[in-house]
Design a protein around this ligand. Structure first.
Ligand code: SAM
Length: 450
């Protein structure tokens, strides 16, 4: 692995940089694999979980190192959304949130650069049920991946949007917390992805630095007075890290918020932010800094002009056979039904008016005449009605199900049921008299054979 000489030279003065150790760890071929568990889908007596030999990641309550990298593709629990495969250093976001925000309060959080959803699923695990997360991604195709991961996580208090940072000017003073996990030159991931080395250039570092400033300036109005801005990158370059802190302090009314951390853990404080070096921590390169906004709108009051259509009584009778309705409102777009948290109805309606919303709450299904055809998202949520049957599949059957192959199942129960593995739903099945229809979404199916 030939690291760019220009980068190594530029890092000479970076805090905590140890050239020999840094080069050695990149040459070693050593890989760190870590996952973060989903508190919405806790283990249910699992015996063959890949996460059975767990070592805790020190800075998070949900993250664990694995001794080796299993095949996540062929683990049904991965597809059930019981965990997210995520690089360990970036889970330090948990400390940034815990130490600077009162997470017991109802919060409005924006994750501005959110695809594929690592930070968003993490934030969702930390905020209260009454809190709202707007998970945004500017690139449409990546917003779809983000949406799939949010669905898989099984939460209901998230709105996925597909907007440019500039569009958030329409939500002035709205958010208590904004996380900007900025697009960057990506040097922090060289060990995991050596191909990224060829794409790295000094010029790109400059371009990224300018883009990071633009993104921060664009989204700035959306943060409430006293709100928190959390900025992170996976770049080692100071132009994208400490220099951005300096720029923010010069250009905007912010105060840096220091974080505390275990001094022996290898994390390095630098220029107001925190550096993660792969030769010092068990994780990849990462940088994070926190700021509080000192001026601006304290609380925006908003009017909702168009409320979405709600279900009528007859439609509600159809839908409530499928989903636990407590604490939810049901809205309709053409024949598509969504469940929203009752407490967040105004917020969701406001966001629907202001932004390009690609997903919100739980997508329940499609009303067709006097029936509901359930959606995959409903199966992945924790809200399926208790009266709906579950078929527990073996690991082999689960993989066949996830490949969208035909299944031979011996069950007396007919009709729509949840296909589950170790008690965790994977999706829908419809059992007919002489065959079983597999409703796992085509676009999500496993394409490989074991
Ligand atoms: N936060 C994500 C996670 O934890 O899974 C990773 C985000 S990645 C570092 C940065 C994201 O910013 C990418 O998804 C990229 O598409 C998006 N992006 C690229 N250009 C952007 C721009 N001009 N404004 C906002 N986001 C941008």
């Amino acid at each position: 692995m030939q690291l760019p000489a220009i980068l190594l030279d530029a890092l000479q003065n970076a805090r905590g940089f140890d050239k020999n150790a840094f080069e050695r760890i990149h040459a070693s071929g050593e890989q760190v694999t870590s996952v973060r568990l989903n508190p919405l889908k806790p283990p249910k007596g699992i015996t063959d979980h890949p996460i059975h030999q767990l070592t805790r990641i020190p800075w998070t309550a949900y993250g664990f190192y694995l001794e080796e990298r299993p095949s996540f593709t062929f683990d049904p629990l991965f597809h059930a959304g019981t965990y997210y495969v995520q690089e360990a250093s970036s889970m330090f976001l948990e400390q940034a949130l815990k130490q600077t925000v009162d997470l017991s309060k109802p919060l409005k959080v924006l994750d501005l650069c959110a695809a594929p959803g690592g930070k968003s699923t993490h934030i969702q695990s930390m905020i209260s049920k009454e809190s709202l997360l707007v998970s945004n991604e500017v690139i449409r195709s990546r917003a779809n991946v983000l949406k799939d991961n949010i669905i898989k996580w099984g939460c209901e208090n998230v709105v996925v949007t597909n907007n440019d940072p500039r569009d958030f000017a329409k939500t002035e003073g709205y958010f208590d917390v904004i996380v900007v996990d900025a697009p960057c030159s990506g040097s922090g991931l060289f060990r995991r992805d050596p191909d990224a080395i060829a794409e790295w250039s000094e010029n790109n570092v400059q371009l990224c630095s300018q883009r990071q400033q633009r993104i921060l300036a664009d989204v700035w109005p959306a943060l409430k007075k006293n709100g928190m801005l959390i900025y992170s990158t996976c770049s080692y370059s100071k132009e994208e890290d400490e220099d951005i802190i300096q720029w923010l302090l010069q250009e905007l009314p912010v105060a840096l918020c220091p974080l505390s951390f275990e001094p022996s853990g290898g994390i390095v404080a630098s220029g107001g932010g925190y550096r993660f070096w792969p030769d010092k921590v068990m994780g990849e390169g990462f940088f994070i800094a926190c700021f509080q906004k000192k001026e601006g709108e304290e609380e925006l009051s908003f009017k909702i002009r168009n409320r979405p259509e709600q279900l009528n009584k007859k439609e509600m009778e159809i839908v409530e056979k499928w989903i636990k309705k407590e604490g939810k409102v049901f809205i309709k777009h053409l024949n598509t039904v969504y469940a929203w948290p009752e407490l967040l109805e105004n917020e969701f309606s406001f966001l629907l008016e202001k932004l390009r919303v690609v997903y919100s709450g739980i997508l329940v299904g499609e009303l067709m005449r006097d029936k509901l055809v359930p959606e995959h998202a409903l199966a992945m949520s924790n809200s399926v009605a208790d009266s709906i049957e579950n078929i527990e599949l073996t690991k082999q059957e689960s993989i066949k199900y996830l490949q969208r192959k035909d299944l031979q199942l011996h069950t007396a129960t007919k009709g729509w049921q949840l296909a589950s593995y170790n008690g965790h739903p994977l999706g829908w099945l419809n059992v007919l008299t002489n065959r079983v229809n597999n409703y796992y979404p085509k676009e999500l199916r496993i394409l490989k054979d074991i």
